[in-house]
Ligand binder design. Structure first.
Ligand SMILES: Nc1ncnc2c1ncn2[C@@H]1O[C@H](COP(=O)(O)OP(=O)(O)O)[C@@H](O)[C@H]1O
Ligand SMILES: [Mg+2]
Length: 331
């Protein structure tokens, strides 16, 4: 048996097969493996039904895996259960694990209390969290009287307040309005950087993962289809798509001249400025582009390469997966 000392989390060949009502097998998690180093902030990204929640529940020992092994901080979860749970905290999808008739502060004290954290010693940290999540003026309000967003933030605060080395957040921004979701992501990202804790965050929303995490594990249909740093994934899928801003209206004949060489051309012109979007067939075509612009008498105000977003990457990976599956069926 291989040993990987110093890992925060290791998931090895994890599999979970459910049976639905008609006793058909549902392979919710179909033999996935990944490792997470201490301090990493990892996103588990995939569409609904991909197996994210089941993976997290298996890691937390809430669902018994059909096969495979989970190791937390070097200890096998199955044989160190439930003691191992003192090392992790989690906010699970849909269930906010809060006492609705207790205030925000009472919930924090309660949940850290059963976790064995002496409240006096950690009071300042609780205050810091409440402050960071914008709950300071709500700390003495009963949870049931809070908005959906604030309940969600309180659940996250209660999880973080336990100060465990590992934190799991399953769809933490689900059901939040855009503004609250954005605010929560910002806070999570900052905290993750400051505290050097290991965070596994699941989401079906690429923006959330892209905003908070440095690494992403992409799941579809119970399998891992990509596991990479977000930066590297973006690099792999970098297109030669450019956006240029020219001074004044588009010079005459420019659009026709560009259209002859560059695919995906879009020109939007106003009396003050012209925006050009295009793709370069080859990297060195940038020189030809510059020549054409100079010959047309254009003044370049701005030039930028368009970043691919995770959404495009995600669709592309999904497409390749399906292609591979189709190919493998052809004898
Ligand atoms: N308790 C269960 N019994 C039967 N099937 C389940 C159960 N929990 C999840 N599933 C199925 O397993 C698959 C993965 O679900 P889930 O882990 O919740 O995915 P995700 O969190 O990525 O949306 C889905 O097809 C879901 O219907
Ligand atoms: Mg889920």
């Amino acid at each position: 048996m291989e040993h990987h000392d110093g890992l925060a989390l290791e998931v090895d060949q994890l599999k979970k097969v459910f049976r639905d009502r008609s006793a058909r097998e549902v392979r919710a998690v179909d033999g996935i493996s990944f490792r997470v180093a201490p301090g990493e902030v990892v996103g588990l990204l995939g569409p609904n039904g991909a197996g994210k929640t089941t993976t997290i529940k298996c890691i937390l020992g809430l669902v018994r895996p059909t096969s495979g092994r989970v190791t937390i901080l070097g200890r096998d979860v199955a044989s160190h259960y439930p003691g191992i749970l003192s090392q992790v905290s989690a906010v699970l999808e849909g269930s906010r694990n809060l006492y609705w008739r207790m205030t925000v502060w009472e919930n924090i004290e309660f949940f850290t209390g059963i976790h064995g954290l002496p409240r006096r010693q950690h009071r300042r940290y609780f205050e810091h969290l409440v402050e960071r999540f914008g709950l300071a003026d709500k700390r003495d309000v009963e949870v049931r009287k809070l908005s959906q967003g604030m309940k969600q933030k309180t659940a996250v605060v209660c999880a973080l307040a336990k100060r465990t080395p590992l934190v799991f957040l399953d769809e933490p921004t689900l059901g939040l309005d855009v503004e609250t979701s954005y605010e929560l992501r910002e806070t999570l990202k900052d905290l993750a950087e400051e505290e050097n804790r290991t965070v596994v965050l699941s989401s079906h929303n690429m923006d959330v993962v892209q905003d908070v995490c440095k690494r992403v594990i992409i799941m579809t249909a119970g399998r891992v289809v990509a596991d990479d740093s977000i930066e590297h994934l973006m690099g792999l899928f970098k297109t030669r798509a450019y956006r240029l801003v020219l001074r004044g209206p588009a010079p005459e004949g420019l659009e026709a001249g560009l259209a002859a060489h560059f695919p995906g051309l879009k020109v939007q012109s106003t009396p003050h400025m012209t925006q050009v979007r295009l793709r370069l067939p080859e990297p060195n075509d940038i020189y030809m582009l510059m020549d054409l612009l100079r010959d047309a008498g254009a003044t370049i105000e701005e030039i930028s390469q368009e970043e691919p977003d995770l959404e495009k990457i995600f669709l592309e990976i999904g497409r390749k997966e399906r292609e591979n599956q189709c190919n493998s069926r052809i004898p």
